[in-house]
Design a protein around this ligand. Structure first.
Ligand SMILES: [Zn+2]
Length: 177
């Protein structure tokens, strides 16, 4: 593995290495696959803003602002940032972020074994392994809405049209029957 660290005086690389080393066999076990070398390029940015900016500069322009980490199969990279030591309640703490590192590692290892697979299956497996689904349906729905706010706004007009159509069809069918 190769580490590309934005802030050379940071020691956060050791935390990431630790999460990877402590969890990789668990992930290979889940996929019932022998352990193989991890050829990842691990990028560690200074802040969540520099992570998004750095990805944009590297040509991944579709990354949304709320994104906090990702695996990119194009250059086999795991992309992280170093959370603050004293984050506010809306920011990632170093402790919570360990789950994110694990989640992206699942994506990375799955890609090494199976190559490209659909997003629903990738997220399904990673969320299952990182314990996200144990948080329950209300949390999952709230989180989905939070992460898709801009998407929902864009789609709301289309959805409204679809709802109007369905209501009209129902009304018409009432008269027909
Ligand atoms: Zn994911």
């Amino acid at each position: 593995m190769k580490y590309i660290v934005q802030n050379s005086s940071s020691t956060y690389q050791t935390v990431i290495e630790e999460v990877i080393n402590q969890n990789k066999d668990k992930i290979f076990d889940f996929f019932e696959h022998v352990e193989i070398d991890l050829p990842f390029n691990v990028y560690i940015y200074d802040s969540i803003e520099s992570l998004v900016e750095g990805l944009h500069k590297r040509g991944f322009s579709k990354e949304p602002d709320y994104m906090c980490a990702c695996f990119k199969d194009e250059d086999c990279s795991l992309n992280f940032f170093e959370p603050k030591d004293k984050p506010n309640e809306n920011e990632w703490s170093k402790d919570d972020y360990k789950k994110v590192i694990f989640h992206e590692l699942v994506h990375g290892i799955q890609f090494l074994i199976y190559g490209y697979t659909s997003e629903w299956i990738n997220e399904g497996i990673a969320n299952y392994l990182d314990g996200t689904y144990q948080k329950g349906i209300p949390w999952l729905m709230e989180n989905y809405i939070k992460n898709n706010q801009s998407l929902i706004k864009k789609r709301s007009k289309k959805n409204l049209d679809a709802v109007t159509m369905i209501v009209m069809i129902m009304l018409i069918s009432c008269f027909v029957i």
